[in-house]
Design a protein around this ligand. Structure first.
Ligand code: SF4
Length: 296
């Protein structure tokens, strides 16, 4: 009996702390991780469409022009466009902070990237310390679902922030939707949303939920949440699938628990920005935007 106890303690000491330091410390990301795209349209040769022709989801908008943008909501982060571009006008950084409050916000341009804004004060008071989410896979492939599952494991540990998934919409504060929303799943999604007590949040996770992703031309799907206007979306998290840190980052920004790079938990657990709302209307606080090479 004592032997068993010592063995358990020894194993525990050997394994050490498994949970990632984020958001208090640096994020560990796999070598192949691709995050926020960085665009430099000034390098584009007039009329060049190499990136757009390589893209399987038509995610590059206005290629070869000063107004070139990359729609992260459609993007699979496959980097075929980066390889196809002879001028290096498009590359993927390791910035994992991809979530936005609006669908339009996911269209990355060559200017300063923005970060997701927090909910208003009333909603932060309601959900800032405890957020229960019901996940609806609306014809997802299980890629995003697997990453959401991973977000709750000992590595990423969503529950340390009071965020967890529940089995019933009746017990939930919001929905997390994955998949392109097939015809068959649309009524189930609407029923689940109606069954979730208001006020409720809706989070769209992954390229499929943001745009239909690779299935966007399919005949029996809605093109993700933009095709379900009855349900307003509060947070859009792109990726195919998004990394658990990207999911965690988006949720914490929505709840106002992260501003820029800093975690700012008040003693009560409810977060109030010192001297103002969680972030400026355009995104993060001034001086805290953009990629953060030191953070990855
Ligand atoms: S990385 Fe995104 S934009 Fe580039 S080719 Fe792949 S899907 Fe298209």
């Amino acid at each position: 009996m004592l032997d068993d106890l010592f063995r358990i303690l020894e194993t525990r000491a050997r394994l050490g702390r498994q949970t990632v330091a984020y958001p208090d410390g640096p994020v560990r990301l796999p070598e192949r991780f691709r995050g926020r795209p960085a665009l430099d349209p000034s390098r584009c040769v007039d009329g060049c469409r190499a990136c757009a022709e390589a893209c399987p989801t038509d995610a590059v908008l206005d290629p070869g022009s000063p107004s070139m943008r990359l729609d992260m909501g459609r993007c699979l982060f496959c980097a075929d466009c980066q390889q196809a571009c002879p001028e290096g006008a498009l590359r993927f950084t390791r910035d994992y902070r991809l979530s936005m409050r609006t669908r339009e916000g996911l269209r990355a341009a060559g200017d300063e990237p923005r970060l997701a804004e927090a909910l208003d004060r009333k909603m932060r008071r309601l959900f800032g310390r405890s957020l229960r989410l019901r996940q609806v896979s609306a014809a997802g492939c299980n890629g995003c679902e697997a990453e959401l599952n991973a977000a709750g494991n000992v590595q990423f540990d969503l529950s340390r922030f009071g965020i967890s998934f529940v089995a019933s919409p009746r017990h939930a504060d919001g929905l997390v939707v994955t998949g392109p929303v097939s015809e068959n799943m649309r009524p189930a999604l609407l029923e689940t949303w109606k069954a979730t007590p208001a006020p409720r949040l809706v989070v769209a996770v992954g390229a499929c939920a943001c745009s239909g992703g690779i299935f966007r031309d399919g005949p029996v799907q809605a093109g993700g949440m933009p095709g379900v206007p009855e349900i307003p979306v509060d947070l859009w998290i792109p990726g195919c699938p998004p990394h658990p840190i990207t999911v965690l980052d988006g949720l914490l920004r929505l709840l106002g628990r992260i501003e820029g790079d800093a975690l700012r938990l008040a003693g009560t657990g409810v977060v109030e920005a010192a001297g103002g709302p969680a972030s400026s209307p355009g995104g993060a606080a001034p001086g805290r935007q953009g990629t953060s090479p030191g953070h990855v």
